[in-house]
Design a protein around this ligand. Structure first.
Ligand SMILES: [Zn+2]
Length: 81
């Protein structure tokens, strides 16, 4: 009877400390990643002012995907581009 109680306490303690350990590891990992990649150095999309880097996508009626018309045909038969 007492052994059962002891086993239950041991299992609860193992789960409790396991969660605490995982929480600590996650916290440390998040802090390390935040220190490694400061928010100011994130890559940013900067469009070229000539408009070449910004293109309207056109829906292909055959393959139902959006592509730039400048890319040419998608390779499927009856592709309108
Ligand atoms: Zn297509």
């Amino acid at each position: 009877m007492f052994a059962k109680f002891l086993l239950t306490v041991a299992v609860v303690a193992i789960i409790w400390f396991g969660f605490k350990y995982l929480q600590r590891v996650t916290e440390l990992r998040g802090r390390r990643d935040a220190a490694r990649a400061p928010s100011g150095d994130k890559p940013r999309f900067e469009p070229v002012t000539d408009g070449e880097s910004v293109q309207d996508l056109v829906k292909c009626s055959v393959c139902n995907t959006f592509r730039s018309p400048k890319l040419g045909p998608c390779g499927r038969a009856k592709c309108p581009y």
